[in-house]
Write a protein that binds this ligand. Structure first.
Ligand SMILES: [Mg+2]
Length: 194
């Protein structure tokens, strides 16, 4: 069974621009290529899981989501790094007129995308890690025994406030960015192997 690092997309690996449906607007954040390289080199699965309710809201189509992901793979490929999987949820429980308006089991903090990736890529979730810039990104980690890491890029800084105000469950680690998060993960894995 494999270990995975699950990464949120917007605000974690690319600049948060609010409902990104255009591949031209995809800007990869500093440190991301090095972070994914470390994941690749350590034979850990690099998996993106992302809520894309812009589809349900009618802002863009699934085809555009796929185009953004193709561009993402291209940009990373040019740097010699890769993702093992990209999973997205196009739904929203309350917004939008379409067939995408439903209470699904994939929209984070639900576990659908983690479970699907686990089945397809043979991932042991309990030994895996989840990185995101929102508390709802890392909440699924706690439910499956994985470790959750909040990054302070994207919405991360805003999320810090509610972390203190609402006595929410604390992340296993809070990192400035994804590279710091992955370095912590490698350290944590090393400790557990000793
Ligand atoms: Mg995000």
């Amino acid at each position: 069974m494999n270990i995975a690092v699950f990464m949120d997309r917007d605000g974690t690996i690319n600049e948060e621009r609010g409902y990104l449906g255009d591949p031209c607007g995809l800007n990869i954040l500093p440190g991301v290529v090095d972070a994914i390289r470390l994941i690749n080199e350590n034979r850990i699965k690099a998996v993106v899981i992302t809520n894309q309710s812009g589809v349900a809201r009618g802002y863009f189509s699934e085809e555009m989501v796929e185009k953004v992901h193709l561009r993402l793979r291209e940009l990373l490929g040019e740097k010699g790094v890769y993702l093992d999987g990209i999973y997205y949820c196009p739904h929203h429980p309350e917004v939008g007129p379409s067939e995408y308006r439903k209470k699904c089991n994939c929209r984070k903090p639900a576990l659908g995308m983690l479970n699907l990736a686990s089945a397809e890529l043979e991932i042991d979730l309990s030994r895996s890690y989840v990185i995101g810039d929102k508390l709802t990104d890392i909440e699924p980690a706690y439910k499956v025994g994985a470790k959750g890491i909040l990054v302070l890029t994207g919405y991360g800084n805003d999320q810090m406030k509610s972390l203190y105000e609402e006595s929410k469950r604390q992340p296993h680690y809070i990192a400035g960015d994804i590279l710091e998060a992955v370095n912590w993960i490698l350290h944590d894995l090393h400790l557990n192997m000793e």
